[in-house]
Design a protein around this ligand. Structure first.
Ligand SMILES: Nc1ncnc2c1ncn2[C@@H]1O[C@H](COP(=O)(O)OP(=O)(O)O)[C@@H](O)[C@H]1O
Ligand SMILES: [Mg+2]
Length: 349
């Protein structure tokens, strides 16, 4: 899929913008704080209703504005579709987003915060794999929200020191939804792994063996009963702490290069490269699942990479369909559309 045009009204530092990007690679350059990341964020919000860098809607409208409006046109081989999002301030001061999501619209975003997938704590890796699983399987996000609500309720029961009999039905529900989540995460990991073993060496230029695996409290088990058993075993400690301590909300990913944990491995450049490769590895599985290629939003994805690795990454990026790539300094790439971002405007370079 491609986004044919974007119109913004009062989004971040864009007061009004009308932008017609290329259907292939778009290079956005410009000095700091001019609106490069904001432009990518706008495309992501327009397509998915969510920002890849904040969960707080209130940050997105131009300061002092009562509303932000994003409109555009999506194109795929079967036809085009208009899309519109409105962020509006409610009377109580909170913000709400409205606008219908297009069922086949997918965005894969990369930004500096993705370094945390490689060197951060487990929650960054869980967020990564949940995002990926949600792009592959639309039922993942609702299940995730349901699981969180169940956990909150179960935690409240633990805090009141509920009896084993009263906890049992909650354990069953948590285990059923939890196991569904684990299953989709495992399938997402398997799909990513297959592509990652191709993408990472292609970009690094070295025949390194890269591995990503799912690490769960239930090991390789696939039945909810395994999670029920783990909950029962953890129960004495859980009652003391008033918290559910086992389940997918505590699972992790193992990411290894040549058998070494990537967290302990290599330079920042290598960690960035691995984070980028993880995002690029999503492109093919997401294309197959959605029936159309995702739009790539790559924020400053090539900085800190060696020149040869940069060229390899560009080749990989250009194999995707529509891409928005920002860079502080101009990049020379044949066939790419070049744009200069300045003071909340985008002009052809
Ligand atoms: N809600 C907002 N309203 C107006 N300006 C904003 C808002 N949020 C961020 N900005 C401004 O946007 C600019 C940063 O844009 P950004 O896209 O992050 O820059 P860069 O080109 O470096 O990626 C900063 O000048 C910041 O003050
Ligand atoms: Mg930026």
């Amino acid at each position: 899929m491609q986004i044919g045009c974007v119109q913004l009204l009062d989004f971040r530092n864009y007061r009004t913008l009308s932008y017609r990007p290329s259907g292939r690679l778009n290079l956005l350059t410009g000095r700091n704080a001019q609106g490069k990341t904001n432009a990518l964020e706008a495309v992501g919000v327009l397509l998915t209703g969510r920002s890849f860098r904040t969960t707080r809607l209130a940050e997105l409208p131009h300061w002092g504005a009562e509303a932000a409006v994003l409109t555009g046109e999506l194109q795929r081989s079967e036809g085009t579709r208009a899309i519109r999002r409105v962020l509006q301030r409610r009377e109580n001061g909170t913000w709400q987003a409205s606008g219908e999501s297009c069922p086949w619209a997918r965005v894969i975003a990369f930004g500096w915060q993705d370094l945390a997938i490689v060197h951060g704590g487990p929650s960054a890796r869980r967020a990564f794999i949940d995002g990926c699983a949600a792009r592959l399987y639309p039922s993942h996000l609702p299940a995730l929200l349901r699981y969180r609500r169940l956990l909150e309720q179960r935690n409240r029961m633990l805090q009141t020191r509920a009896s084993a009999e009263r906890l049992a039905p909650w354990d069953e529900q948590v285990a059923t939804v939890g196991m569904e989540m684990i299953d989709r995460r495992r399938r997402a990991v398997a799909a990513l792994h297959a592509e990652l073993t191709r993408v990472y060496p292609a970009v690094s230029g070295e025949p390194q063996k890269v591995q990503i695996g799912y690490r769960s409290v239930v090991g390789e088990a696939t039945e909810p009963a395994a999670l029920v058993a783990a909950l029962e075993q953890a129960r004495p400690v859980e009652l003391r702490r008033g918290q559910t301590l086992v389940g997918p909300h505590r699972d992790d990913l193992a990411i290894e290069l040549d058998g070494v944990d990537a967290r302990a491995f290599g330079s920042r450049g290598q960690q960035r490269l691995l984070a980028l490769a993880l995002r690029l590895a999503e492109v093919l599985p997401v294309t197959e699942a959605a029936g159309t290629a995702p739009v790539l939003l790559l924020d400053d994805a090539l900085s800190e990479l060696d020149p040869g690795v940069r060229d390899n990454a560009l080749r990989e990026i250009q194999a995707a369909e529509q891409v928005f790539l920002t860079s502080p300094e101009p990049l020379v790439v044949s066939g790419a559309a070049r744009w200069v971002v300045e003071g909340g405007g985008i002009a052809a370079a």
